[in-house]
Design a protein around this ligand. Structure first.
Ligand code: 13P
Length: 253
Protein backbone atom coordinates (compact mmCIF):
# COMPACT_ATOMS: atom_id res chain seq x y z
CA UNK A 1 0.00 0.00 0.00
CA UNK A 2 1.46 3.37 -0.95
CA UNK A 3 1.63 6.01 1.73
CA UNK A 4 -0.93 8.05 -0.13
CA UNK A 5 -3.56 5.32 -0.10
CA UNK A 6 -3.52 5.36 3.71
CA UNK A 7 -4.82 8.91 3.73
CA UNK A 8 -8.26 10.41 3.14
CA UNK A 9 -8.77 12.04 -0.27
CA UNK A 10 -10.49 15.38 0.14
CA UNK A 11 -11.99 17.77 -2.40
CA UNK A 12 -13.04 20.99 -0.73
CA UNK A 13 -14.71 24.11 -2.08
CA UNK A 14 -14.23 27.43 -0.30
CA UNK A 15 -17.04 29.69 -1.45
CA UNK A 16 -15.52 32.75 0.27
CA UNK A 17 -17.91 35.75 0.27
CA UNK A 18 -19.96 34.51 -2.67
CA UNK A 19 -23.51 33.12 -3.08
CA UNK A 20 -26.91 34.15 -1.88
CA UNK A 21 -28.85 31.50 0.04
CA UNK A 22 -30.76 30.37 -3.04
CA UNK A 23 -27.56 30.31 -5.10
CA UNK A 24 -25.86 28.23 -2.41
CA UNK A 25 -28.71 25.71 -2.28
CA UNK A 26 -28.82 25.43 -6.09
CA UNK A 27 -25.08 24.82 -6.13
CA UNK A 28 -25.31 22.07 -3.50
CA UNK A 29 -28.12 20.39 -5.40
CA UNK A 30 -26.18 20.45 -8.67
CA UNK A 31 -23.08 19.06 -7.00
CA UNK A 32 -25.01 16.23 -5.34
CA UNK A 33 -26.86 15.42 -8.59
CA UNK A 34 -23.57 15.16 -10.47
CA UNK A 35 -21.54 13.40 -7.77
CA UNK A 36 -22.06 9.79 -8.89
CA UNK A 37 -19.71 7.19 -7.48
CA UNK A 38 -16.75 8.94 -5.90
CA UNK A 39 -15.57 5.85 -4.02
CA UNK A 40 -13.82 6.98 -0.85
CA UNK A 41 -13.37 10.62 -1.85
CA UNK A 42 -14.78 13.14 0.57
CA UNK A 43 -16.30 16.41 -0.61
CA UNK A 44 -16.50 19.41 1.71
CA UNK A 45 -18.06 22.80 1.05
CA UNK A 46 -17.34 25.95 3.04
CA UNK A 47 -20.34 28.25 2.48
CA UNK A 48 -20.77 31.71 4.02
CA UNK A 49 -21.76 31.24 7.67
CA UNK A 50 -25.21 32.77 7.26
CA UNK A 51 -26.18 29.89 4.92
CA UNK A 52 -24.71 27.16 7.10
CA UNK A 53 -27.78 25.51 8.57
CA UNK A 54 -29.65 25.35 5.27
CA UNK A 55 -26.59 24.09 3.43
CA UNK A 56 -26.01 21.37 6.04
CA UNK A 57 -29.61 20.25 5.54
CA UNK A 58 -29.30 20.30 1.76
CA UNK A 59 -26.07 18.29 1.84
CA UNK A 60 -27.97 15.31 3.35
CA UNK A 61 -24.74 13.78 4.60
CA UNK A 62 -23.42 13.27 1.04
CA UNK A 63 -21.21 16.33 1.27
CA UNK A 64 -19.57 17.58 4.44
CA UNK A 65 -19.84 21.18 5.53
CA UNK A 66 -17.39 23.50 7.21
CA UNK A 67 -17.36 27.19 7.95
CA UNK A 68 -14.71 29.64 6.79
CA UNK A 69 -13.80 31.33 10.04
CA UNK A 70 -14.72 31.72 13.70
CA UNK A 71 -13.49 33.48 16.81
CA UNK A 72 -11.96 31.41 19.61
CA UNK A 73 -14.17 32.44 22.54
CA UNK A 74 -17.34 30.53 23.38
CA UNK A 75 -19.44 33.71 23.72
CA UNK A 76 -19.10 37.32 24.74
CA UNK A 77 -19.10 40.93 23.63
CA UNK A 78 -17.40 40.35 20.28
CA UNK A 79 -19.65 42.12 17.80
CA UNK A 80 -19.72 40.51 14.40
CA UNK A 81 -17.91 37.31 15.39
CA UNK A 82 -19.21 33.76 15.54
CA UNK A 83 -18.09 31.28 18.16
CA UNK A 84 -17.00 27.64 17.91
CA UNK A 85 -20.15 26.67 19.80
CA UNK A 86 -22.27 28.41 17.17
CA UNK A 87 -20.36 26.75 14.33
CA UNK A 88 -20.92 23.37 15.96
CA UNK A 89 -24.57 24.21 16.46
CA UNK A 90 -25.10 24.65 12.69
CA UNK A 91 -24.23 20.98 12.19
CA UNK A 92 -20.94 21.84 10.48
CA UNK A 93 -18.11 19.37 10.91
CA UNK A 94 -15.11 21.40 9.76
CA UNK A 95 -13.69 24.85 10.33
CA UNK A 96 -11.22 26.60 8.05
CA UNK A 97 -8.56 28.33 10.11
CA UNK A 98 -5.84 30.75 9.02
CA UNK A 99 -6.87 31.16 5.41
CA UNK A 100 -4.48 33.59 3.71
CA UNK A 101 -7.28 36.15 3.38
CA UNK A 102 -7.77 35.98 7.15
CA UNK A 103 -4.03 36.34 7.70
CA UNK A 104 -3.35 39.06 5.16
CA UNK A 105 -6.61 41.01 4.76
CA UNK A 106 -7.75 40.77 8.38
CA UNK A 107 -4.34 40.61 10.06
CA UNK A 108 -4.70 37.31 11.92
CA UNK A 109 -1.48 36.33 13.66
CA UNK A 110 -0.05 32.86 14.18
CA UNK A 111 -0.97 33.24 17.86
CA UNK A 112 -4.63 33.89 17.08
CA UNK A 113 -4.69 31.02 14.60
CA UNK A 114 -3.36 28.68 17.27
CA UNK A 115 -6.09 29.81 19.69
CA UNK A 116 -8.67 29.06 17.02
CA UNK A 117 -7.22 25.60 16.39
CA UNK A 118 -7.41 24.84 20.12
CA UNK A 119 -10.97 26.16 20.27
CA UNK A 120 -11.96 23.97 17.31
CA UNK A 121 -10.90 20.82 19.16
CA UNK A 122 -12.49 21.98 22.36
CA UNK A 123 -15.87 22.17 20.61
CA UNK A 124 -15.53 19.03 18.53
CA UNK A 125 -14.82 20.73 15.21
CA UNK A 126 -12.19 19.42 12.79
CA UNK A 127 -9.77 22.15 11.74
CA UNK A 128 -8.55 22.67 8.19
CA UNK A 129 -5.48 24.77 8.82
CA UNK A 130 -4.22 26.90 5.94
CA UNK A 131 -0.58 27.83 5.49
CA UNK A 132 1.35 29.40 2.64
CA UNK A 133 4.05 31.88 1.76
CA UNK A 134 3.83 35.29 0.08
CA UNK A 135 5.47 35.90 -3.30
CA UNK A 136 8.40 37.85 -1.85
CA UNK A 137 8.99 35.09 0.71
CA UNK A 138 9.13 32.56 -2.15
CA UNK A 139 11.44 34.77 -4.21
CA UNK A 140 13.75 35.16 -1.21
CA UNK A 141 13.96 31.35 -0.96
CA UNK A 142 12.13 31.29 2.39
CA UNK A 143 8.99 29.30 1.48
CA UNK A 144 9.83 26.22 3.55
CA UNK A 145 10.92 28.27 6.54
CA UNK A 146 7.78 30.43 6.51
CA UNK A 147 5.43 27.48 6.15
CA UNK A 148 7.28 25.49 8.80
CA UNK A 149 6.86 28.28 11.31
CA UNK A 150 3.15 28.60 10.44
CA UNK A 151 2.63 24.85 10.95
CA UNK A 152 4.57 24.81 14.22
CA UNK A 153 2.65 27.80 15.55
CA UNK A 154 -0.75 26.38 14.56
CA UNK A 155 0.06 23.05 16.24
CA UNK A 156 1.38 24.49 19.51
CA UNK A 157 -0.25 22.59 22.38
CA UNK A 158 -2.11 20.21 20.06
CA UNK A 159 -1.81 16.54 21.04
CA UNK A 160 -1.21 13.43 18.97
CA UNK A 161 -4.83 12.26 19.07
CA UNK A 162 -6.07 15.67 17.99
CA UNK A 163 -3.69 15.62 15.03
CA UNK A 164 -5.53 12.56 13.71
CA UNK A 165 -8.39 14.95 12.96
CA UNK A 166 -6.41 17.77 11.41
CA UNK A 167 -6.29 18.63 7.73
CA UNK A 168 -3.65 21.01 6.41
CA UNK A 169 -4.10 23.09 3.28
CA UNK A 170 -1.02 24.49 1.59
CA UNK A 171 -2.09 27.58 -0.30
CA UNK A 172 0.76 29.72 -1.61
CA UNK A 173 -0.59 33.27 -1.42
CA UNK A 174 0.79 34.15 -4.88
CA UNK A 175 -1.35 31.40 -6.42
CA UNK A 176 -4.68 32.32 -4.85
CA UNK A 177 -7.13 33.85 -7.30
CA UNK A 178 -4.29 34.79 -9.64
CA UNK A 179 -4.52 31.99 -12.19
CA UNK A 180 -0.88 31.19 -11.31
CA UNK A 181 -0.96 27.63 -10.06
CA UNK A 182 2.09 26.17 -8.32
CA UNK A 183 3.67 23.52 -10.53
CA UNK A 184 2.85 20.03 -9.27
CA UNK A 185 6.54 19.62 -8.38
CA UNK A 186 6.64 22.80 -6.28
CA UNK A 187 3.40 21.87 -4.52
CA UNK A 188 4.50 18.28 -3.87
CA UNK A 189 7.84 19.37 -2.49
CA UNK A 190 6.14 21.87 -0.15
CA UNK A 191 3.74 19.14 0.99
CA UNK A 192 6.69 16.85 1.69
CA UNK A 193 8.36 19.56 3.69
CA UNK A 194 5.14 20.07 5.72
CA UNK A 195 4.97 16.33 6.31
CA UNK A 196 8.56 16.41 7.56
CA UNK A 197 7.62 19.12 10.05
CA UNK A 198 4.69 16.97 11.24
CA UNK A 199 7.03 13.99 11.56
CA UNK A 200 9.45 16.03 13.66
CA UNK A 201 6.58 17.14 15.92
CA UNK A 202 4.45 14.00 16.11
CA UNK A 203 6.38 11.09 14.58
CA UNK A 204 6.13 9.35 11.21
CA UNK A 205 2.86 7.55 11.83
CA UNK A 206 0.87 10.73 12.47
CA UNK A 207 2.69 12.59 9.71
CA UNK A 208 1.68 9.88 7.24
CA UNK A 209 -1.99 10.18 8.29
CA UNK A 210 -2.65 13.91 8.01
CA UNK A 211 -4.22 14.88 4.65
CA UNK A 212 -2.42 17.81 3.04
CA UNK A 213 -4.47 19.66 0.42
CA UNK A 214 -3.21 22.05 -2.22
CA UNK A 215 -5.04 25.30 -2.91
CA UNK A 216 -4.43 28.15 -5.34
CA UNK A 217 -5.99 28.44 -8.83
CA UNK A 218 -6.97 24.75 -8.97
CA UNK A 219 -9.00 24.15 -12.14
CA UNK A 220 -10.24 21.11 -14.07
CA UNK A 221 -7.26 21.42 -16.44
CA UNK A 222 -4.55 21.36 -13.76
CA UNK A 223 -6.02 18.98 -11.17
CA UNK A 224 -4.65 15.86 -12.92
CA UNK A 225 -1.00 16.84 -12.55
CA UNK A 226 -1.47 17.89 -8.93
CA UNK A 227 -3.55 15.01 -7.59
CA UNK A 228 -1.35 12.33 -9.15
CA UNK A 229 1.51 13.24 -6.83
CA UNK A 230 2.32 11.25 -3.73
CA UNK A 231 1.89 13.96 -1.11
CA UNK A 232 -1.08 15.85 -2.57
CA UNK A 233 -4.11 14.31 -0.88
CA UNK A 234 -6.73 16.61 -2.29
CA UNK A 235 -7.46 20.23 -3.01
CA UNK A 236 -9.05 23.36 -1.56
CA UNK A 237 -10.70 25.14 -4.46
CA UNK A 238 -11.90 28.74 -4.54
CA UNK A 239 -13.25 30.17 -7.80
CA UNK A 240 -13.71 26.86 -9.61
CA UNK A 241 -15.86 25.49 -6.76
CA UNK A 242 -18.56 28.09 -7.40
CA UNK A 243 -19.73 26.35 -10.56
CA UNK A 244 -20.98 22.79 -10.12
CA UNK A 245 -19.56 21.67 -13.47
CA UNK A 246 -15.98 22.77 -12.82
CA UNK A 247 -16.03 21.55 -9.20
CA UNK A 248 -17.38 18.17 -10.30
CA UNK A 249 -14.73 17.91 -13.03
CA UNK A 250 -12.12 18.46 -10.32
CA UNK A 251 -13.69 15.91 -7.96
CA UNK A 252 -13.87 13.32 -10.75
CA UNK A 253 -10.18 13.63 -11.66
P1 13P B 1 -8.72 30.07 -5.98
O1 13P B 1 -8.97 28.63 -6.31
O2 13P B 1 -9.82 30.99 -6.46
O3 13P B 1 -7.35 30.51 -6.40
O4 13P B 1 -8.76 30.20 -4.37
C1 13P B 1 -8.01 29.33 -3.61
C2 13P B 1 -8.40 29.46 -2.18
O5 13P B 1 -8.11 30.46 -1.56
C3 13P B 1 -9.16 28.38 -1.57
O6 13P B 1 -9.26 28.53 -0.20
Amino acid sequence: MSRKSQRREIFAGNWKMYTTLSGALDLVKEIIDGLGDIANREVIVFPPAVHAREVVKACTGKISVGLQNMYFEKEGAFTGEISPLMVKDTGSRYILIGHSERRHVFGESDGMINKKVRAAYEYGLEPVVCVGELLDEREAGNSEKVVESQVRAACEGIGVDQMKKMIIAYEPVWAIGTGKVATPEVADSMHKSIRNVLAALYGNEIAAMVPILYGGSVKPDNIGGLFSLEDIDGVLVGGASLKAKSFLDIIHV
